[in-house]
Design a protein around this ligand. Structure first.
Ligand SMILES: *Cc1c(COP(=O)(O)O)cnc(C)c1O
Length: 432
């Protein structure tokens, strides 16, 4: 069933390509939570571009706005020169996102990708504190450029660097040794002890939920503990909210419930609302110590993304209706996943997540990949995560209708049944 289009890709594109291998269809159209391939098959999208499409594909109002913007000969590229679109985005982001949350940050446009936002965050921390080291965490993921890789846990990804990744220390994340051990105490002790062998870092970089790392959730207490340790030792706190932000975990920022106040926040993925490249590094004003042009980049301000990002904020974040929808859909999802785990005890599944980033980790490490593969045949796109791809990870668009959500959850149920059969995992007798 290999089409000419797929042949062009397999023959001409680098071996580095990845998602196309797991989801081998040629996609042509998309709308809302649905993707369509060239054979006219419809796929429910529980991947959403790794949370780039939190508001679904091709939102009609954003699309029309973009079409009008382009048709009107408005500015497409401008380096960081002033444009109407840039000014209006900044005003709206300030008024509807930062101000109501009592957050005072300068907005840096570091370049279009998430890793650009991370690199800028690391540079600013080192410049402010005049220290080399960065504290990162086990199973963290922050991107593929060298600075971001140096604070990423995954050994396969790290090896791709081809050189030593230094100037960082990886500390145990929340529950790394199980819930009985408070890793904040360990980190505190390492920093306190002048014999620990650990240099004082400029910053700690943390994800509130480690998305790529296997949907590992930090508790609010742990996050507050980390913030306290950072304050105690004069370490900057950077939250990488690239995947967890933009409503994915329930609120606009994933750390709102914990009530922590990071010094720097990285935002990207869904911030344009339309899948356009865009990234922000939010910096507390007192740390905005850049000289003009000291950190540069050709694509620091994608005007088309500014236009859709502004409208996305107005459409979805001027009241709490999306937040309430997310909370309801989170309950539906959690309950259905718990029910699936009860129905198939032989899968030894545990459910975890926050907001609409939910996951099941199975007893058998091959099971998540198998479920993803079978789900694709059942026309559901769903990814795996974790160091061994051992976790089935749900990232439906936040705007997925309750009906479509249930449809996808049913496909997961059905696909798990087939996967258990394929792998020969059977139910233990009730008497055992
Ligand atoms: C995706 C992601 C990045 C990197 O973003 P890119 O656009 O791929 O460079 C960084 N941090 C987190 C948490 C991410 O999910």
């Amino acid at each position: 069933m290999t089409s000419d289009q797929m042949k062009s890709i397999t023959e001409h594109e680098s071996e580095v390509r990845s998602y196309v291998r797991n989801f081998p269809a040629v996609f042509e159209k998309a709308r809302g939570s649905w993707l369509y391939d060239t054979d006219g098959n419809a796929y429910l999208d529980f991947f959403a571009g790794a949370s780039v499409l939190n508001y679904g594909h091709n939102h009609p109002e954003l699309k029309q706005l973009l079409l009008d913007y382009v048709a009107g000969d408005n500015i497409t590229h401008s380096l960081d020169m002033a444009t109407v679109a840039r000014a209006e985005f900044l005003e709206t982001f300030h008024r509807l996102i930062l101000e109501p949350r009592n957050m005072d940050y300068k907005v840096q446009f570091p370049g279009p990708a998430g890793n650009n936002a991370v690199e800028a965050a690391l540079k600013i921390a080192r410049k402010v504190k005049e220290r080399e080291k960065i504290m990162s965490f086990t199973n963290a993921f922050h991107g593929m450029t060298l600075g971001a890789l140096s604070i990423t846990g995954n050994s396969f990804k790290r090896q791709g660097a081809g050189l030593p990744l230094t100037h960082s220390d990886s500390m145990p994340y929340c529950d790394y040794f199980g819930p009985a051990h408070n890793t904040i105490e360990y980190i505190d002790r390492m920093l306190e002890d002048s014999g620990s062998g650990m240099d004082l870092p400029a910053a700690a970089v943390v994800e509130t939920v480690q998305a790529e790392g296997g949907v590992k959730v930090a508790t609010d207490d742990w996050l507050r503990g980390l913030e306290a340790v950072c304050r105690k030792y004069d370490i900057m706190l950077i939250v990488d909210d690239i995947q967890t932000g933009n409503g994915r975990c329930g609120r606009f920022f994933s750390f709102e419930e914990a009530g922590i106040k990071p010094d720097v926040v990285t935002v990207s993925k869904s911030v344009s609302g339309y899948g356009l490249p865009m990234a922000l590094t939010l910096v507390k004003p007192e740390y905005d110590v850049w000289e003009p042009g000291e950190h540069n980049g050709t694509f620091r301000g994608n005007n088309m993304a500014f236009v859709t990002a502004k409208r996305t904020i107005e459409l979805f974040w001027s009241d709490d209706s999306l937040e309430r929808d997310i909370a309801r859909r989170t309950r539906i999802t959690e309950e259905a996943l718990e029910e699936i785990c009860r129905k198939y005890p032989e899968a030894e599944g545990t459910v975890r997540g926050r907001g609409l980033m939910q996951a099941i980790e199975f007893g058998n490490k091959d099971l998540a990949g198998k479920v993803s593969q079978i789900a694709f045949r059942n026309r559901l796109i769903i990814e795996t995560a974790g160091p061994d791809d051992e976790v089935l990870k749900l990232l439906p668009p936040l705007t997925t209708s309750d009906d479509d959500l249930r449809k996808g959850l049913e496909i997961i149920d059905k696909s798990l049944a087939s996967a258990l059969q394929d792998l020969g995992i059977t139910r233990k007798a009730a008497s055992e």
